[in-house]
Design a protein around this ligand. Structure first.
Ligand code: NAP
Length: 261
């Protein structure tokens, strides 16, 4: 029996929820009969974290765990709980993120920069992935993997985190936190290339996706360019499926195209 385990962080968000649906729908209906390429039976489990919003769907092979990515103890605790249920995780995808809150919108100009909102962006968008990597490393280390079929540590970043692609300015906190995330994940890919072989560390741009995060900013999106969460999730999972360990440290979009740092 070939066991595969996925972890989706931010499982009640627009993209995270669609990722889980995709993974569960592809596997839950005939989980017992699922076969790998070489005909081996696959037993697939999806672990998913939620924060404030309570999950609104279930499946036999879906396991929900509460986790606040701004609280290192909560991350550590979630890793412990998952360790009691699976010896390894093969793919971790962090789909949690922050662009605006009930009281704060992304900055249009310098005068709107606010320390608390800036630090909140840094904590959710940049630091969290590092802490997740720190506490879930032992579970990734136990995954069966190779260069061609690596374990995956992916985070949804954003094209606006690209420094060289910045044409419009604005959104200081979000842009800076995504740029910091990108640097953190590049660093991690270098460290793990030495000490945790065959793990592909990736940051991804999901497209402009119809979720609560993008809702206030969809006005200027060209026709046909606003993706459904399901379409974005399907594309991102396909891209990850094609990744090799040699591509660790990549910043790619939903179509697998490289984005300049
Ligand atoms: N939508 C787009 O067009 C777009 C474009 C580029 C990049 N992205 C990136 O894609 C990712 C997913 O975005 P989305 O559109 O799916 O947004 P979303 O629907 O707002 O989902 C964001 C998720 O992050 C979770 N989260 C926020 N703070 C958290 C915390 N402290 N602890 C745990 N979870 C936390 C939220 O959970 P709670 O609400 O329960 O706290 C929610 O599940 C984000 O990183 C975003 O920056 C999105």
């Amino acid at each position: 029996m070939n066991n595969r385990a996925y972890l989706i962080v931010g499982g009640t968000g627009g993209i995270g929820r669609a990722m889980i649906k995709q993974l569960v729908d592809n596997t839950a209906s005939d989980n017992d009969n699922k076969k790998t390429d070489n005909g081996e039976k696959q037993d697939i489990h999806v672990f998913a974290t939620y924060h404030r919003n309570i999950p609104d769907f279930e499946a036999d092979n879906l396991h929900w765990i509460s986790m606040n990515i701004c609280d290192e103890q909560s991350i550590q605790q979630a890793a412990k709980v998952i360790q009691q249920q699976t010896p390894h995780i093969d793919w971790i995808i962090n789909c949690a993120g922050l662009l605006h809150t009930a009281t704060q919108q992304p900055e249009k100009a310098l005068r709107q920069v606010d320390t608390e909102f800036f630090l909140q962006n840094m904590q959710v968008n940049a630091l969290a992935s590092l802490l997740i990597a720190k506490h879930f490393r032992p579970l990734l280390a136990k995954s069966a993997r190779s260069n061609d079929k690596p374990a995956v540590f992916a985070t949804i970043s954003a094209r606006v985190g690209s420094i060289s692609d910045n044409q419009l300015g604005g959104w200081y906190s979000y842009r800076m936190s995504k740029a910091a995330l990108n640097m953190g994940m590049k660093n991690l890919s270098i460290e793990w290339n030495r000490s945790l072989k065959d793990v592909c560390v990736v940051v991804m741009q999901p497209g402009t996706v119809n979720t609560q995060l993008s809702a206030p900013f969809q006005g200027n999106v060209a026709e046909g360019q606003l993706f459904s969460p399901a379409y974005s999730a399907e594309c991102l999972l396909e891209v990850l499926n094609r990744m090799t360990a040699a591509q660790s440290g990549s910043f790619v979009d939903w179509a697998g195209e490289s984005i300049p740092w």
